[in-house]
Design a protein around this ligand. Structure first.
Ligand SMILES: [Zn+2]
Length: 389
């Protein structure tokens, strides 16, 4: 191993250990208290020590985005690095999630993979660029964003702030693959409405759970058939899934309401509005055949578009070139999960998703990242910034 790699590796282990030990559970999840506040302080300090201009913008009370700017005299273009500071719950990991350990080339802990590995790689790349800015032709901004794990309100706030950005690299665990396409989603609640009665005389009521069972039974084949032809070459098929059901107050009462939550994964180019309109039309046909079903739908509680960045975009080329130099190969890929890139793309920013770690490790009880991947990510991000013009 060369001296350069040894020193980057030491920097990675030290910085990532520190980042993982700062609790930043999104307050949407059990155990989340201060959200990103502690991480934001640390990241802001780190960037100030690099001599960068740093600003904190509150996205939610006590939960800021951090923006650090490396300005290059005369540069007219700006590249954005984004990674999120929040994590999911510590739950299955317990306090061990905040006590990272390094062994056999991996580093463990909550957020070690998603998304502090990307944040560490971006900070180290930024530090190396700040120490040696010669040859850099674009400004480089780092956004450490809040609330990605719930509603992506940090990315949303930045995307709508009016900053001109010419390309963005969104850090997420892609295993160092260059991701140019991913799915979006729309999520909503659907209710069946009946009338309650004492369960000793169930015939006097209208059981909303029975209605829901009948509705789901009729919905499934029609939805599956409607989605079957929808497929994207990089991200695969459009899908739908019922992930949650609730209904009834007590075993001795005929339930008057039953609710399901539906997750419809959108292909790039599909809109949540159109997916909902198609869904409503199917439900209307079922209800026309079965007038005893009383169905109501809420407005969606999540609606995020997919991503489909052209291979010719400057940010794709720069990252592909840098990845090729350091890893030898850089194929363009699509993934099924959604990211902050949806929010930036909706604001007209060309985006790629890229970062160390395996998405299968994210949100798990034994989250970890391969340290070598974080080292390579830092080197690739640095090279990509130098290639971006
Ligand atoms: Zn993430």
């Amino acid at each position: 191993m060369t001296e350069l790699l040894t020193s980057v590796r030491e920097e990675v282990v030290q910085l990532l250990t520190r980042l993982v030990s700062i609790e930043s559970v999104n307050p949407y999840f059990p155990g989340g208290n201060r959200g990103e506040a502690g991480m934001a302080e640390y990241v802001a300090d780190y960037c100030r020590h690099l001599g960068l201009s740093v600003s904190l913008t509150e996205v939610l009370p006590g939960r800021p985005n951090v923006l650090a700017e490396l300005r290059v005299p005369g540069a007219t273009r700006t590249l954005l690095f984004d990674s999120h500071m929040d994590t999911v719950s510590l739950d299955q990991m317990g306090l061990a999630g905040l006590q990272p350990t390094e062994r056999d080339g991996i580093l463990t802990g909550r957020g070690s993979c998603d998304d502090k590995a990307s944040l560490a790689a971006m900070l180290i790349a930024l530090a190396r660029l700040a120490r040696k800015p010669d040859g850099l032709r674009a400004n480089v901004l780092l956004l450490a964003s809040a609330d990605e794990e719930y509603l992506m309100r940090g990315a949303q706030a930045f995307a709508t702030s009016g900053r001109t950005i010419h390309g963005a690299i969104v850090g997420e665990p892609t295993g160092l693959e260059v991701v140019v396409a991913h799915k979006g989603f729309v999520r909503w609640k659907l209710h069946t409405v009946g009338s309650s009665a004492h369960s000793s005389n169930p015939e006097r009521g209208n059981n909303a759970i029975y209605q829901m069972a009948e509705l789901i039974h009729r919905l499934r084949p029609v939805m599956d058939q409607q989605l079957a032809p929808k497929e994207h070459p990089l991200v695969g098929p459009a899908t739908w899934s019922i992930g949650k059901i609730s209904g009834g107050a007590s075993v001795n009462i005929v339930p008057d309401r039953c609710t399901v939550e539906i997750d419809r994964r959108l292909l790039p180019g599909e809109t949540g509005e159109q997916a909902l309109a198609d869904f409503d039309a199917i439900v209307a046909r079922i209800c026309a055949e079965r007038p005893d079903l009383q169905v109501a739908r809420d407005e969606p509680f999540g609606n995020v578009a997919g991503l489909d960045t052209p291979a010719t975009a400057d940010v794709v080329r720069a990252l592909q070139q840098a990845t090729g130099e350091i890893r030898g190969e850089a194929r363009l890929r699509g993934v099924a999960y959604g990211t902050n890139a949806s929010k930036f793309a909706a604001a007209g920013i060309e985006c790629v998703v890229f970062g160390p770690g395996d998405i299968r490790q994210a949100h798990t009880a034994d989250e970890y990242v391969a340290i070598d991947q974080v080292v390579d990510a830092a080197r690739i991000l640095e090279a990509a910034a130098r290639a971006f013009a």
